[in-house]
Ligand binder design. Structure first.
Ligand code: F6P
Length: 354
């Protein structure tokens, strides 16, 4: 079994509320287990540059309640090159970093796999507001982003009601509609528009017209950014032109990525951080820590990445070759369940948003 002198922590990709709670949990768990910790700044870019600092228990004080990431984040095209990888490995050797917990999304996990293959044990933590990592039910930051979104949309509802308007609100989520759907239900939206489900614009126009006729004053339509460039603006114009309901468009964008993490995100991040360190110390690596039916569990990163590709219909030839029949069947079942969940949420928005 590998013994650890030091582990590093990095955050990579888009930041997410709760990342700091994870950094704190990883640091304090490792130190409690007798392992030193290095904070690696600005993701893989910091690893390449040697931008690292020893972290003690007090270095992570007063951060559990803050959004963003005290380790900063960056996207690192250099890390994808052999030269960048060699520089990253040199930093690990220079600072005796034998293991890394990398917090981020799928790009972060690919980096973790590359490092593991070169001898630095890595564990990934799912940190992204998008909730687009198929292997886990929840990602760190998703809950806070939705809570922020509902606060903003509730405000829009106030003014929409006063002026008898329709507010079309675009929320982040990359290619995933999770934020739009769950937020849509929580704010009582008339509709949520997401890339996973074919959207019937004419039906929405008819629904708004009918509801206006029977006295409804305000309408909220939540659109996921995955619908593409200018979709929301165009939909806003169409609603106004075809229903006669004055309409306004608001893009919440990065606003929902910041702010105080919710209880749920702090708890998830803390549990996952502790679990990740214990996995590393048990000699495990190349795993992503997941929330599976409210249990914290570890899933092989390769499995998680291929599962993601399957869910997103992006499988390449040979992707499934290394998996058993049972594993493939399990992946298919996970994808089917996730699709069914999305469809069910979509139906609920439509059913309740009258
Ligand atoms: O992955 C998180 C996320 O906020 C997505 O929702 C969004 O599409 C993207 O990152 C925005 O990236 P950037 O911060 O580089 O503009």
């Amino acid at each position: 079994m590998k013994t650890f002198r030091r582990i590093g922590i990095l955050t990579s990709g888009g930041d997410a509320p709760g990342m700091n709670a994870a950094i704190r949990a990883i640091t304090r768990t490792a130190i409690a287990r007798g392992v030193e910790v290095m904070g690696i700044y600005s993701g893989y870019e910091g690893l390449i540059e040697g931008n690292v600092k020893p972290f003690g228990i007090r270095d992570v004080s007063n951060i559990v309640n803050h959004g963003g990431t005290v380790l900063y984040s960056a996207r690192s095209p250099r890390f994808k090159t052999e030269e960048g990888m060699q520089a990253a490995m040199a930093t690990c050797r220079a600072y005796n970093i034998d293991g890394i917990v990398a917090i981020g999304g799928d790009g972060t996990f690919r980096g973790a796999t590359d490092l593991t293959a070169r001898g630095v044990s890595c564990i990934g933590l799912p940190g992204t507001i998008d909730n687009d990592i198929t292997a886990t039910d929840y990602t760190i930051g998703f809950d806070t982003a939705m809570n922020t979104a509902i606060e903003m949309i509730d405000r829009l509802r106030d003014t929409s009601e006063s002026h008898a308007r329709c507010s079309v609100v675009e929320v982040m989520g990359r290619d995933a509609g999770d934020i739009a759907l769950q937020t849509g239900i929580a704010v009582g939206a008339t509709a949520a528009v997401v890339p996973e489900i074919t959207f019937d614009e004419a039906a929405l126009v008819a629904k708004i017209k009918k509801s206006r006729e029977i006295g409804k004053r305000n309408f909220i339509v939540v659109v996921s950014e995955g619908m593409g460039h200018d979709f929301s603006e165009r939909l806003t114009s169409r609603i106004e032109e075809e229903t006669g309901v004055e309409s306004r468009f608001a893009r919440l964008a990065h606003v929902i990525r910041g702010g105080t993490p919710s209880l749920r995100d702090r708890l998830l991040a803390s549990r996952m951080g502790e679990f990740a360190v214990d996995e590393l110390l048990k000699g495990r690596s190349n795993e992503v820590i997941c929330d599976c039916n409210n249990e914290i569990c570890a899933i092989d990163i390769e499995y998680a990445l291929i599962l993601d590709r399957m869910y997103k219909n992006k499988l390449k030839e040979g992707d499934l070759d290394r998996f058993t029949k049972d594993q493939i069947a399990e992946m298919q079942a996970t994808c089917a369940k996730r699709r069914a969940d999305i469809e069910s949420l979509y139906e609920t928005v439509n059913l309740l948003g009258l």
